[in-house]
Design a protein around this ligand. Structure first.
Ligand code: DDH
Length: 287
C-alpha cells in the first residue's frame, strides 16, 4: 500500500523504522553489486550530502539534498554517487512522505548498521531545497593532499582532530574506482563490514607508492591488493592525528563509540531541527 504525500501525515518512529527495514531488505536482496553490497556507496552518498557544510555561513550540509541537481551531482567528488541515489529512488516512491535529505542520511545509518557497524542515533527534520542551494565545488576533501588540507576542510565543518580520524575509519568500507575518482582498490580485506581494520592496517602494514599510471596512491607491500590515499597516510604522518589512529587500532569498542557519535554529528550538520536531541531514534537492525 502506497502512502500519499499528505501534509497532514505525521510520521512516527515506527514509520521511520519501516523505511529503515525496507532499505535493509533491499541491501540484502541486491547483492549482485560489487563486493556484494551497495552499503559502502550509500554511506558515501550520506557523507557527501552532509560534508559540504560550512559553519561560518551555515550553508551546505544534509539539509536540502541538493546533489539531486546537476551542478552538485557533477562535482568531481560526487562521481559515481548516482548509483546510490538511484538505489534509493524506489524507497522514496514507496514512502513519498520522507524528504530526500532525510532519506539519504537515514540510508547512511541503515547501511552502517546493516554492515555490522554501531547504532547511529538519527532524527528527521531535513527539508529538500531547490537548485539555488547547491554548494560551490571544492568543499569535499581532495585525496591527493595532506594534513593541512584535512584540517582546513574538516575544521570548516566544525570537527576536531579526534573526530577527523574517527570519521576516516569509514574507509574500512568500499573501494576506489578508476572511472570515478581515478584511484583504485579497497582499503581492507572486508570492504562490506564495519571494523577498525583501516586503523590496524595503517599501523601494522608497510606501505609504499604504487607504481602505475594513475594518481599517486599507496599499496601494501605484502599483498599489493590494498590501498591508501595520500590523505589516509596523512593520519599516521601527522603527530596529532597518529595517537588517535593508534587508539582506534587497539580498541574496536572505543572506535565504534566515537564513530557512532561523529556520524550522528556529520549527518546533522546544518539541519534546522525543531525536535530535541532526546528525540533521536535508534533503529533496530534487520533480524
Ligand atoms: Fe572517502 N573516499 N574520503 N570517506 N569514502 C572514497 C570512497 C569512500 C576521501 C576520498 C575518497 C571519508 C573521507 C574521505 C567513504 C566514506 C568516507 C574514494 C573513492 C575517495 C577518493 C571513490 C571512488 O572512486 O569510488 C577523502 C580524501 C577523505 C578525507 O580526506 C578524509 C569520510 C569522512 C567518509 C564517511 O563516510 C564518514 C566510503 C564509504 C567510500 C567507498 C565508496 C564505494 O563506492 O565503495
Amino acid at each position: 500500500v502506497k502512502l500519499k504525500a499528505d501534509a497532514d501525515f505525521k510520521p512516527t518512529e515506527a514509520d521511520y523504522q519501516k523505511v529503515y527495514d525496507h532499505i535493509a531488505e533491499l541491501l540484502a536482496e541486491r547483492d549482485e553489486y560489487e563486493d556484494g553490497s551497495y552499503g559502502p556507496v550509500i554511506v558515501r552518498l550520506a557523507w557527501h550530502a552532509s560534508g559540504t557544510y560550512d559553519k561560518e555561513t551555515g550553508t551546505g550540509g544534509s539539509n536540502g539534498a541538493t546533489m539531486r541537481f546537476d551542478p552538485e551531482a557533477d562535482h568531481g567528488a560526487n562521481a559515481g554517487l548516482k548509483v546510490a541515489r538511484d538505489f534509493l529512488e524506489p524507497v522514496k516512491e514507496k514512502f513519498p512522505w520522507i524528504t530526500h535529505s532525510d532519506l539519504w542520511t537515514l540510508a547512511g545509518v541503515a547501511a552502517i548498521q546493516e554492515m555490522q557497524g554501531p547504532i547511529v542515533p538519527w532524527r528527521p527534520g531535513r527539508q529538500d531545497r531547490d537548485v539555488s542551494f547547491c554548494t560551490p565545488d571544492g568543499r569535499l576533501p581532495d585525496a591527493s593532499q595532506a594534513h593541512d588540507h584535512l584540517r582546513a576542510i574538516f575544521y570548516r565543518m566544525g570537527f576536531d582532530d579526534r573526530e577527523i580520524v574517527a570519521l576516516s575509519g569509514a574507509h574500512a568500507l568500499g573501494r576506489c574506482h578508476t572511472d570515478r575518482s581515478g584511484f583504485d582498490g579497497p582499503w581492507t580485506f572486508s570492504p562490506t563490514v564495519v571494523t577498525n581494520d583501516y586503523f590496524q592496517l595503517l599501523m601494522k602494514e608497510s606501505w609504499g607508492w604504487r607504481k602505475w599510471d594513475g594518481p599517486k596512491q599507496f599499496e601494501d607491500k605484502g599483498t599489493k591488493t590494498l590501498m591508501m590515499l595520500p590523505t589516509d597516510m596523512a593520519l599516521v604522518k601527522d603527530k596529532k592525528f597518529k595517537p588517535w589512529v593508534e587508539k582506534y587500532a587497539k580498541d574496536n569498542d572505543v572506535f565504534f563509540k566515537d564513530f557512532s557519535e561523529v556520524l550522528m554529528k556529520l549527518f546533522e550538520l546544518g539541519v534546522p531541527f525543531e525536535s530535541k536531541e532526546e528525540d533521536r531514534m535508534k533503529f533496530k537492525r534487520k533480524e
